[in-house]
Design a binder for this molecule. Structure first.
Ligand code: NDP
Length: 291
């Protein structure tokens, strides 16, 4: 019998992934793996369910598996901070990490790419933020990231409308203290009224997310006018009642898919050091959603 042997073959893929709960419907892995395939990289992105009390064990496992990095999603974006050896300026100001990079020396670097992906999706649509007046609905993780990055990108005013007073006021304070933008908190009582002169209206709440895709944030859409830009962070479904209501009043709309692909590209580049094949990643994501 003849024995065979293998020379110089690497069956070990570099690993990245997402830790969170729920993650079953998270499409990021499909998008990232399409990017790895297109770039010819032997990398895999695994989607891992990590329950709220299990993050410490999961981060130890991530290190033990020599993973190159991870994304964090609900409910771990804040708890993961204590595992970081270094933070980007944005992650420090936002107070949350959605992307971890494991450096060559084994230390963990935390970044927050949600807001950066959002700002890029505006630029992709030809919308510049310099001098713009923003009305931001919500003050959760996505809203914090978006509010801070819009202000850092030059928005002149950010009005935060949120039900929970503490969270809303805290976000306005963070933006006011750390950026040049004016920031104010407006309590959400009854249909939200847009401040005079709003240029860009952003739904950064989770209202309208599958399986509640027919729900719409309680907004006085009478304040929406032609020329205004309306954006939704919800990407599932891609077309939301919020965007439809804004479009019906003449606003230009930007859906949440662009933000998702852009933050996916930023993560790809942070991990691999290779330029992300955005077209392939975006096409894969669109195919997933049938748009
Ligand atoms: P959080 O749980 O941190 O925040 C939820 C926010 O929604 C809070 O401000 C909350 O207000 C508000 N909210 C919830 N229900 C209502 C309601 N009925 N009326 C008004 N406000 C409400 O979630 P995240 O910020 O992490 O995520 C928000 C959304 O962003 C999710 O749908 C997520 O899928 C999406 N997202 C999209 C990304 C993309 O790439 N497109 C990236 C990241 C997130 P309160 O504080 O008053 O409770």
């Amino acid at each position: 019998m003849r024995g065979g042997f293998i020379v110089d073959k690497n069956y070990r893929a570099e690993l990245v992934g997402v830790l969170g709960d729920p993650v079953d419907g998270n499409p990021t892995g499909v998008m990232e793996e399409a990017g790895f395939a297109e770039a010819g990289l032997n990398w895999r992105y695994i989607t891992v369910k990590v329950l709220p009390g299990d993050l410490d064990a999961a981060m130890a496992g991530m290190k033990a598996f020599n993973m190159r990095g991870v994304n964090l999603t609900m409910p771990h974006k804040i708890d993961v901070l204590k595992h970081m050896d270094a933070l980007s300026e944005a992650a420090r100001v936002i107070g949350a990490v959605n992307t971890v990079v494991r450096r060559e020396d084994g230390t963990l670097f935390g970044e927050n790419t949600d807001g950066k992906g959002f700002v890029q999706s505006l630029r992709d649509a030809g919308v510049e933020l310099a001098g713009k007046r923003i009305c931001l609905l919500g003050a959760g993780g996505a809203a914090r990231s978006i509010g801070v990055e819009c202000a850092l990108a030059g928005a002149s005013r950010v009005a935060v409308i949120n039900r929970n007073v503490e969270r809303g006021a805290a976000l306005a304070e963070v933006i006011g203290k750390n950026t040049r933008a004016e920031a104010e908190y407006i309590p959400w009582v009854g249909p939200a009224k847009l401040p005079e002169g709003t240029d860009i209206l952003i739904n950064a709440t989770c209202v309208g997310l599958h399986p509640h895709g027919d729900e719409c944030p309680d907004v006085d859409f009478g304040g929406v006018r032609p020329g205004m830009v309306a954006c939704d962070v919800i990407f599932n479904p891609v077309d939301t009642p919020f965007l439809r209501a804004c479009a019906a009043r003449g606003a230009r709309t930007i859906d949440g898919l662009g933000m998702l692909v852009n933050q996916g590209c930023i993560n790809f580049e942070l991990w691999t050091g290779v330029k992300a094949p955005r077209d392939a990643m975006y096409a894969t994501l669109k195919a997933e959603f049938g748009v």
